[in-house]
Design a binder for this molecule. Sequence first.
Ligand code: KET
Length: 404
Amino acid sequence: MFQHIEPYAGDPILSLNEAFQKDPRADKVNLSIGIYFDDQGRIPVLGSVRQAEAQMLAEGGTKSYLPIEGAAAMRSAVQSLLFGPEHEALASGRVATLQTVGSSGGLKVGADFLKRWLPGSAVWVSDPTWDNHRAMFEGAGLPVHTYPYYDAGDAASGRPAGGLRFDAMLETLRSLPARNVVLLHACCHNPTGVDLTPAQWQALVPVLRERELLPYLDLAYQGYGDGIDADAHAVRLLAASGLVFFVANSFSKSMSVYGERAGALSVVCGDAAEAERVLGQMKATVRRNYSSPGLHAAGIVSRVLDDTHLRPQWEAEVTAMRERIAGMRRSLHSVLSAKRPGHDFSYFLQQRGMFSYTGLSPAQVDRLREEFGVYLVRSGRMCVAGLNSGNVERTASAMAAVIG
Ligand code: KET
């Protein structure tokens, strides 16, 4: 029956993380998967999250199913978090929000919905993007293409790597047929750490509108760029511009609740009646897939966001995580600059969020892993959030050695 089945090559990120766990070397460094580690190298359980869980345990309650679209309290808390509590789009009821199984669940539910209701549309992702974007949208049966994004530099003209090819990106978007889907990282681009500036987001809006494109925002790192509200800038700008768009958002990183699978999908529609129909068909999509999302994730997220004590505590915890990463960027930059003078490492300071695109070749990445036990994704993506005061020197020395 199953003799013909091909072996699974594994996922480039998750397989690497598994290989790291099996590595017996005591001084190994995990800069592969997009997970925030604290200065002791642990994945923290935030105090705000622990308290929300303690509240839930004390209250008792049942373990019944949630509705298909998730918990009402979580859905409305997500809406306020993304759009700000007073946003017109919320007041007029034109945002359809579902709690989903992580933001991955949201991205895929949205992809299945698009396949059914915007037949013939293609999806355009940045070059490069998170590998799973292509896999998920192609898995839903949609063609996936790329638009120019990261500037790898040009040796001939001396243009350095690390910028954004914004003009080329706009030029491609201007050539797309109507109703094509444009996947955009709302902040902290994965894998490059290179984001659009507010002015560039502003310049993007008329192109999306004139070409009748459907923006699909992925907001997986809210709070890791400039702050919780600042990182929702793109969401709020598109909503204020009257565009119809999707946004999948994650709490995996912002609340450090990876395994709880806490995320949501919101669709900003033209009016409340459209939003109701969209929500209905999204529910149909979920029902025939995983039926309903998890209760525990909803309890954590809604309590942390809505409780007058837990909310500021969480905001302070997010700030501390963001600032610790920024500190690691500065340390890595200064140690590397000292070890390899004449080499430009300023990209570590300019790139935002959890990731830096190092420009290391796959061969250099392999050498880092094999010889020094330092794990990066083979694209050269480094999760800066895996650095700490105990491993940053050694990581910098290893990098300096492979750079040569
Ligand atoms: N979007 C982006 C851009 C992203 O980087 C991730 C996870 C997700 C969505 C999914 O998050 P969820 O936990 O489903 O809400 N990225 C890291 C982990 C992974 O690959 O699954 C990573 O890039 O390492």
